[in-house]
Design a protein around this ligand. Structure first.
Ligand code: HOZ
Length: 429
């Protein structure tokens, strides 16, 4: 038995499903999860010493490549000074200043440890600020696993075909109104009916949890103007897209100023850091200034903040995003051309350092459209690429991530292997 299989069997006995986060279990594609031993640049190695070109990138954070020497040095230096103090540090001010500079819609920011904490806190804050209970989210968008947000969600919930979670009392979810993504009429209608009960609207402005579906301009503008009109809080969940689709996130591409923004992944550079922030008048409702409570022993952890600060410094170097986008385009358009040559139903899109592909000819615009993608073709492609040493996300519903360490040669290698996989797949159709 190989090491990955042996470890999976061992893990399943003591960890539910053998994993500490569901999508990792490979349940969406079948087979044995790879247990990762180490990672460097664009590559990861499993416990059988097999090398893979990695397009998961720790689900987004690894934008400068795995184990970037400057990030590792910053982490080691911070660790020498102590791992956690439970008291404020000067570097928390530096990273807050950096974040506010990159995302000017944020006038104040608070650090937390995970995207789930960030979105959960933003929702509580929107409710506390407005004194209203209802929130709106969109079908197929995933905002972490807090109770109010686990309704018709994307990511692992789509992967496993249970879009809402058990264990969420109906009393909680009845305050979550779920609408179709990119549907202007639906949002207009609900605001006309009950706009003055709506505390906030939370949206993935470019959804990365139903692969990669951008919100269209009309939809985004409707969200902004309706939330203004009714005094609701517009929350941009940029945990995935922040510093990823562009330095300033999706809001910089849309030219929209949300009231609150949630961040995660890249701001920790591979360590657990996330944040929520926005308008100062709203942020002032947070404890200790206001009555909305939120706290965390490891919030602003010094070692994690050191990794985040160094990562934010690297991504602001000249040409970082032009290079990253060009590499992502090379991959996404290359895959599309090869799949079309092979006569397979396929579509793909890319924004900044993020890409998505679907085994259907028409690019989906919402959760409903996604049902047309052929999941069995995805599974075959996933395994065929994995066997050739390329690691895509083990779910048809997760976006892919390119890092600055993915050189044009590495991407060309990936495309060469994809050509083999597509040819292999056409034999079985
Ligand atoms: N929720 C993440 C994907 N959108 C998966 C996180 C993980 O398994 O690490």
């Amino acid at each position: 038995m190989d090491n990955n299989s042996r470890l999976f069997e061992q893990a399943k006995k003591i960890i539910p499903g053998g994993v500490n986060s569901p999508v990792r279990a490979f349940a969406g594609v079948g087979g044995t999860p790879r247990f990762i031993q180490k990672a460097n640049g664009a590559y990861v190695w499993d416990e059988d010493q097999t090398q893979y070109i990695d397009y998961i990138g720790s689900w987004g954070p690894a934008i400068v490549g795995h184990a970037h020497p400057e990030v590792i040095a910053a982490v080691c230096a911070a660790a020498q000074e102590g791992l956690s103090f439970g008291a404020p540090t000067a570097n928390e001010i530096r990273i807050a200043e950096e974040i506010l500079h990159i995302m000017p819609s944020m006038e104040q920011v608070r650090l937390v440890s995970s995207g789930t904490e960030a979105t959960m806190s933003a929702i509580r804050l929107a409710r506390g600020f407005t004194g209203r209970d209802n929130i709106i989210k969109f079908e197929g968008c995933y905002h972490g696993h807090s109770d109010s947000l686990l309704v018709k969600a994307g990511s692992g919930l789509l992967t496993f075909g249970h879009p809402s979670s058990a264990g969420v009392p109906e009393d909680f979810s009845r305050h979550t109104i779920v609408l179709p993504y990119n549907d202007v009429e639906a949002i207009q209608q609900i605001f006309a009916q009950q706009g003055d009960t709506i505390a906030g609207v939370i949206v993935e402005p470019i959804a990365g949890n139903m692969n990669l579906i951008p919100a269209n301009r009309e939809f985004i503008q409707a969200l902004r103007s309706l939330t203004h009109q009714y005094g609701s809080v517009l929350i941009y969940d940029e945990v995935m897209t922040g510093f990823r689709v562009a330095l300033g996130g999706a809001q910089s591409l849309h030219g929209i100023t949300p009231d609150l923004t949630t961040l995660g992944k890249i701001i920790g550079g591979g360590m657990p850091v996330a944040a929520f922030g926005g308008r100062a008048d709203i942020m002032k409702c947070i404890s200790p200034l206001g009555s909305v409570y939120q706290a965390g022993t490891l919030s602003g952890n010094p070692v994690c903040v050191a990794a985040g600060l160094k990562t934010l410094e690297i991504i602001q170097r000249p040409d970082f995003y032009t290079t990253l986008s060009a590499r992502t385009k090379q991959l996404s358009e290359g895959l599309l051309a090869l799949a079309q040559q092979a006569g397979l139903p396929f579509s793909s899109r890319h924004i900044g350092g993020m890409f998505g592909f679907y085994f259907t000819d028409n690019l989906p615009d919402c959760y409903h459209d996604m049902q047309n993608a052929d999941l069995s073709l995805f599974k075959r492609f996933f395994h065929s690429m994995l066997a050739r040493g390329v690691f895509f996300a083990p779910s048809a519903f997760e976006a892919g991530f390119v890092s600055i360490a993915h050189s044009p040669v590495i991407i060309a290698d990936t495309l060469g292997l994809a050509a083999e996989s597509f040819t292999e797949m056409t034999r079985g159709i």
